[in-house]
Design a protein around this ligand. Structure first.
Ligand SMILES: NC(=O)c1ccc[n+]([C@@H]2O[C@H](COP(=O)([O-])OP(=O)(O)OC[C@H]3O[C@@H](n4cnc5c(N)ncnc54)[C@H](OP(=O)(O)O)[C@@H]3O)[C@@H](O)[C@H]2O)c1
Length: 265
């Protein structure tokens, strides 16, 4: 099985790479930090392909897919995982910050898909499928997070892409899975802090948060048995469903989060 993982140099992507490698998958490990990717590949026996690439650049996304196809002659699963957040209010988010986050989180995802799907369409079926697109969105796709409005918008966009694509690709026997982690202990919040240049009191530090390994385990299960959505923290799926029905309840929770975050300013 050949799997592309964007954002494999840290966090969820790296944990998934370790788990899939153990199961014998051949991986294309992509991200900007080549040394981290090479370290990971060495740790995993050096049999995987490393592609140093910036998902915010369309040409780099094309290159990831082309190199994966050249090396493994097949792409069974594309995991569009690379992404980051910015901890800033919507009003204070600059146009350049919007452009950058949309370029990486949304256009990086759609460019990978645009290049990978035509290859998948030409492949012979394995276990009834020609391939799978897995998009790492977030629980925030279903409810915008206070002070993470731009980030939440990119995650909602990824969910919309997954929903449309899933039905579009049904006749091609290509599965589409969106992944919706809750707060997960990775470099994510450190990066979000670095981008705004200050400490954030974020829900990443609550007992509810999951580890990258927990999220990766849930994803590995959905790669073995594709489903429409993957919620590594299952109760949050139902709670966020309720928040969609009752926006007043979602606002109530977010008001409390805002108070905590304001206290940290
Ligand atoms: N952690 C959470 O609480 C959480 C919750 C829900 C969803 N998610 C989603 O999970 C995904 C993975 O995040 P994580 O938590 O594992 O964070 P992380 O530890 O910061 O890892 C992010 C990964 O994305 C890569 N990346 C970021 N910008 C990139 C770019 N322009 N081009 C290529 N690669 C890029 C990073 O690699 P380089 O820096 O080496 O490029 C890194 O490998 C993200 O899409 C995130 O939105 C995270």
């Amino acid at each position: 099985m050949s799997v592309i993982i964007s954002g494999a140099s840290a966090g969820i992507g790296r944990a998934l790479a370790r788990q899939l490698s153990e199961k014998g998958a051949r991986l294309t490990l992509a991200a900007r930090r080549g040394e981290k990717l090479r370290q990971l590949n060495d740790e995993l026996g050096g049999k995987h392909l490393v592609v140093v690439a910036d998902d915010g650049k369309p040409e780099d996304c094309r290159r990831i897919v082309v190199e994966a196809q050249q090396r493994f002659a097949r792409i069974d699963t594309l995991v569009a995982n690379a992404g980051y957040g910015i901890g800033r209010s919507v009003v204070d988010t600059t146009i350049d910050e919007w452009r950058d986050i949309l370029a990486t989180n949304v256009l990086g995802t759609t460019e990978l898909i645009r290049h990978a799907v035509p290859i998948m369409r030409q492949q012979e079926k394995r276990d009834g499928l020609r391939g799978q697109v897995m998009i790492v969105s977030s629980a925030a796709a279903r409810r915008g997070l206070v002070y993470f409005g731009a980030y939440s918008a990119t995650k909602a966009a990824q969910l919309s892409v997954a929903e449309a694509l899933r039905v579009e690709l049904e006749p091609d026997a290509i599965a589409v899975t969106s992944v919706h982690p809750v707060t997960t202990s990775t470099e994510f919040f450190q990066v979000a802090e670095e981008r705004v240049g200050r400490k954030l009191q974020v829900p990443g530090r609550t007992p509810l948060s999951q580890t990258a390994d927990q999220v990766a385990r849930a994803m590995a299960r959905r790669i073995a048995n594709p489903s429409r959505e993957c919620w590594p923290h299952e109760p949050s799926r139902w709670l966020l469903g309720l928040a969609t029905l009752l926006p007043v309840a979602g606002d109530f929770v977010m008001r409390r989060v805002k108070r905590v975050m304001d206290g940290a300013r």
